[in-house]
Design a protein around this ligand. Sequence first.
Ligand SMILES: Nc1nc2c(ncn2[C@@H]2O[C@H](COP(=O)(O)OP(=O)(O)O)[C@@H](O)[C@H]2O)c(=O)[nH]1
Ligand SMILES: [Mg+2]
Length: 373
Amino acid sequence: MAGTAAVPGADGGKCPACGKPTGPDDSMCPHCGKALAPKDRKKGFMGLGFLKKMKDAVSGAAKKASEALLAGVKKTASVVRGGLDALVGRKLGDDECDELLATLLQADLGPRLSDELVEKARDAYKDREIQSPGEIAAFLKAELKKEFPEQDSAPRFAEKAPTVILVVGVNGTGKTTSIAKLAHFFTQRGLKVLLAAGDTFRAAAVQQLVTWAERVGCEIVKAEQGADPASVAYNGCEKAMAQGFDLLIVDTAGRLHNKKNLMDELEKIRRVLKKKLPDAPHEVLLVLDGTTGQNAVQQAQVFTKDVGVTGLVVTKLDGTAKGGAVLAMRSEVEIPVKWIGLGEKMTDLEPFDADSFLDAIFGENEARIAPKN
Ligand SMILES: Nc1nc2c(ncn2[C@@H]2O[C@H](COP(=O)(O)OP(=O)(O)O)[C@@H](O)[C@H]2O)c(=O)[nH]1
Ligand SMILES: [Mg+2]
């Protein structure tokens, strides 16, 4: 493979049958045709082929899983669709605009975005771009689509393994569960994943991640309760580099009683990771509890200012009618939503795909009309 001169045996890149070098993307030995396990593929290099394959895997997963998504966000969808259905057959006057606003607020799209959408719908109706309130769903979908540039939600990978993902957020939002889900997602796709139990504040937090690592079938680096989280992250990074892991995912504590301490701790973890790998962390994911709606939006604003967040994970969308907060994030916080949590199992995570999400909320059969600029 061009640019990936594999050294036999280095970074696991050796066929167990013929002993010849393998590439990072090979599912079969290119020399003797033996099927290769992930451990037999070359590690330590993420070529363009690899990055493309991962991006395809992520976007493919989003499209395929849309049934899970439909089921996951059905509470939010029923609020939105119920509200829009009530307008069908009426003129879009002041009362109807008020009702539309109330519907969007109830689904927690937030005051700013909701106002903006209602005003756009009102203008479009005046300009006869929308002929009847029945077309509002398609119109809103098209307007919201403009807010989500496609490439934005793609996960970030290091050009050369390991990629380091730091996971931050307030306690109880679903950090540890989301880490397990991410580990499962990437392990299933052939990556060698290592976890670092950086929430050393409570012994139970370490144990929770250990249990998940066993279920997922990946390795974990941990320390005693009370140990310095930055040293756990450092040890994780060292092991990931030395043993050819593709991905290191670092868990962190999220107690907010003293925000400055928390931010200092996260900053120290970043600093220490950089000592081992100057580009790390390659991704900082902020986990937000979707059931808290606009509070999640506020948390996003606080964290993104201080911690260099590169992506959002919005969890618990299965339990709420406030899933519109995912859309509010986009207008209030300049960080893309990358993953959404749709349940407590390790399979209940999807890459965020704006099209599928908007379909799930506003109705799949609504025409995707092009918004007028
Ligand atoms: N329904 C549902 N529950 C979730 C989801 N993600 C996490 N949880 C639950 O939220 C609780 C807190 O999760 P945890 O990962 O421990 O949060 P952390 O404190 O941020 O690490 C647990 O009971 C999880 O099972 C989700 O997407 N849907
Ligand atoms: Mg946790």
